[in-house]
Write a new protein. Sequence first.
Length: 322
Amino acid sequence: MHYDVFNGDADGIIALLQLRLSQKEQQPSESTLITGVKRDISLLKEVDVNIATSVTVLDISLEKNTDALIQLLEKEVNVFYVDHHRTGDIPQSKQLVSLLDTDANTCTSLLVNNHLGGEFATWAIAAAFGDNMQTSAETLAEQNNLTLAQQSLLKELGVYINYNGYGRSVDDLHFHPGDLFHKLLKYEDPFDLINEQGSVFSQLKDAYLADMNKAKNADVLVENANFKAVQLADEAWARRVSGVFGNDLANASPNKAHAVLTLNADNSYTVSLRAPLSNKQGAGELCASFPTGGGRAAAAGINALPQEMLSDFFDSVSKYYA
Ligand SMILES: [Mn+2]
């Protein structure tokens, strides 16, 4: 049995999409999908080691999946691992083939695009926009001679798919990421999807615009020269929109770090932190210094920040980027 294990955001879904559309790859005759909301990254442990023969792992931190990976490798399961998050110690095994690059300007779909020699570059561009890697997306778009109008459509697509991945559980999402993957797999060319009336593209677009409109009224908790933090309501729409709203804030003030907080049922906060776009470092370290926190240098999060640590968190972020 082959398993495809992937993050439920644009980068994870589109990384798998490129691999499964490809003529260059040997395709599994059957595959079990394992995915979830964007924050759900401990996915590899859900693979059944007793029936797995091969596993493709995309866009989830190796560091957070090391134990499950070692178990699979010990059972001589072939693992193909592509990712751009923190790796921790990489197990040495001839069963493991990996493309790992933690450069702040690459993402899993761009790594897959390189691996496939640019076979589905337009999809990879959408994914890079979805992961908020504007410059890398634009560079690849120019290499592929896309017009600015085409670029902005791919950006919309990436942003909407990325937006669909945010929620406390898959119940918050418009589409389960596995279902969304299957819907997108029908389109070798993302522009066919974008141009189709009533497609999943236009459904996500309508939903996104409605949620973003509500987010404009968010409460500002802190704002100084280096850092702005806002709080959104504890409702499904806010949980869906928190990450993309953070990207929007970051793009509007590229020299500031931004945090978007939502209150959890247990009174802790879910935190999404973006480093300043002009200084993409430190977010992962800052979040990892609080319980349940982690992520990349440019974008990171804390799943449950206790209320009593809130001012500590604000102080350390403001100080770090001062
Ligand atoms: Mn990613």
